[in-house]
Design a protein around this ligand. Sequence first.
Ligand SMILES: [Zn+2]
Length: 205
Amino acid sequence: MSHETGLRYTAGEALARLADGNARFVRGEARFPTVQKEVLAALAKGQQPYATILGCSDSRVPPELVFDAGFGELFIIRLAGNVLSPEVAGTMQYAGTHLKTPLFVVLGHEGCGAIHAALQAKFHGARDRSRIEELLQNILPALDAIDPEAPLDEQMHAAVEANVRWTLRRIRAMPEAQVREAEGIMKLVGAILSLSTGVVQFLDE
Ligand SMILES: [Zn+2]
């Protein structure tokens, strides 16, 4: 396995690498079983990841594995429900300003417990521990268009995507993100991971 740090990818190339890696993962042909010492030594000098991923903490959605990516390739932020917070925004700003990753992905997933909890809170008045409720506050505005009469699996499907799109909108509300996207320095995309198949579907604008 050649070590590829130091290469600079465009956003489109970065997206293609993620899609190719996910295809290998789904086929059972993932190619990064170990990391060689030389790779670690090279990466110790600096990182140049080609994508920043905002994903969920769920144990079933590790980005390096689902994109078949190695050490030094992905800059990853994970927290329940892949929501935006000041700390997340700061981490993304670091990725954009200092690491200059050309691609930013908000990665939601089917069967997300945080989304389920938010639906329960919104439509059934469910209460949770205080800090969990604080977290859910970031998701609730995403659920305005969800039909409470629909079956729960349909609500979940729609809500997972709505939450990704809501997080994308909140990121795009930051002036810096608008400028970087308009200038083509950065591309921001949403994606949904299927737990049962491992397939990542990138969302249309
Ligand atoms: Zn989740």
